[in-house]
Design a protein around this ligand. Structure first.
Ligand code: SF4
Length: 222
């Protein structure tokens, strides 16, 4: 049977990730991401999955999902890596929804076109959107230094890379705001590089909605 885009690894069940809802997490390829965030919580959190490439067949995926359904899981959370970079994402979401689940896609927000398409095609019930830095059209040199390290783990990238991130995120945020979905959440990892003023700007940007800092665990100093 056809191979899906989801890694053949353990599937954690959680009440915490989408508060109050029994959810299970499927992973796309952990290394497939267009950012390289400071202490990437996905790569560090799932170290043992980093090199994994084996994917579930749709047959095995169906068996897994039916077992999760029997355990009372209602929501399937898609994490990665960056799921919106996966070519088969839409096909995978349709498959999961065809078995009666709701689906949330966890994204870094850099692919607004994909977010828009998933909403238009009605294959998603929410997003977890990570807002990693304040979103602006221009930054001070000090901010650029800090935010390059947050997004790319180095200062050795063009200023454009941060500006481009910000522009894409503003577009994704607008799309998601205009299309309220049941399971959408906004999150920020409290990177040690972020100053209190950065965090306040992020809070202000998201004051229209519940927003969590550090939903899982604090990121350590390197
Ligand atoms: S966007 Fe997520 S997966 Fe990608 S580098 Fe950052 S923390 Fe890691």
């Amino acid at each position: 049977m056809k191979v899906s885009l989801f890694l053949d690894v353990e599937t954690p069940i959680t009440f915490r990730d989408q508060p109050g809802i029994q959810s299970a997490v499927l992973y796309t390829e952990i290394n497939l991401c267009n950012l390289n965030c400071y202490h990437c919580h996905n790569r560090h959190g799932y170290n043992e999955y980093k090199g994994k490439k084996e994917k579930l067949s749709y047959k095995k995926l169906k068996e897994k999902l039916l077992m999760l359904k029997a355990l009372g899981v209602e929501l399937i959370i898609i994490s990665g890596g960056e799921p919106t970079l996966e070519k088969k994402l839409e096909e995978g979401l349709r498959f999961i929804r065809s078995l009666g689940f709701s689906v949330r896609v966890d994204t870094n927000g850099t692919n607004p076109e994909v977010i828009q398409r998933l909403i238009e095609k009605k294959v998603v019930n929410g997003f977890a959107l990570d807002i990693k830095i304040p979103l602006k059209v221009r930054y001070t040199p000090q901010e650029l230094k800090r935010f390059k390290r947050v997004l790319f783990s180095t200062e050795d990238v063009d200023d454009e890379a941060v500006l481009n991130y910000s522009e894409k995120l503003m577009t994704s945020l607008e799309i998601i705001k205009k299309n309220p979905l049941q399971y959408t959440v906004f999150r920020t990892v409290e990177y040690p590089l972020l100053l209190e003023e950065d965090k306040n700007e992020i809070r202000k940007l998201l004051e229209f909605s519940p927003h969590q800092f550090n939903p899982f665990y604090p990121v350590e100093e390197e």
